[in-house]
Design a protein around this ligand. Sequence first.
Ligand code: FMN
Length: 205
Amino acid sequence: MADRAEQFLMQMRRRHSVRSFSDRPVSAALIKTCIAAAATAPSGANHQPWHFCAIGSPDIKRQVRLAAEEEERAFYAGRAGAEWLDALAPLGTDANKPFLEIAPWLIVVFAQRRGGVEPGDQKKNYYINESVGIACGMLITALHQAGLASLTHTPNPMSFLNEICNRPETEKPFLLIPVGYPAADATVPVHALSKKPLDDILTVL
Ligand SMILES: Cc1cc2nc3c(=O)[nH]c(=O)nc-3n(C[C@H](O)[C@H](O)[C@H](O)COP(=O)(O)O)c2cc1C
């Protein structure tokens, strides 16, 4: 058990957000398997309050890029506020998001306000953000385990994704995750390499 835990830790330490992708294709089957892994996540009352859209269509990816860049231009031009932009500065990100067209897949994760276990249920969902957040963590882990790179992307706001993905207003776009292989010259910002030591984040009582 200790060996397996250690090996998993080593594997997870190799994961990083990628913002420069290759256009090398990735099979839909691989993406589906990773989403199926995410769908095993625990959720409030087992309502599984998520919906995943896997976008491989170049035309739809372009629509997402254009809409996201429009929001991001306003965000970086000041809507974010000085403190947020300061926090982002070490990552070197800006309003240009070519990876939204270049990455072979975009996975949009929607959080459902209402639902239930059975198809068509319209019950109240519980702990929606916690549940969908856990599913997204498992998705990112599954993609990494499969040898794929991803980015946790949140163009702000993301409501344009409802229209492009044809999802109802009762669902909130939660994350936009480009997936694929890193570009040959992809780099990871130094800022992202530093993770807090266990002593700083763990208290054993
Ligand atoms: C909820 C959330 C939203 C994020 N939004 C963005 C984003 O919109 N654009 C971006 O380039 N990175 C985004 N990131 C990625 C973070 O910048 C990245 O995870 C962090 O710098 C640590 O780097 P790492 O993922 O390589 O460990 C987001 C991460 C999270 C968890």
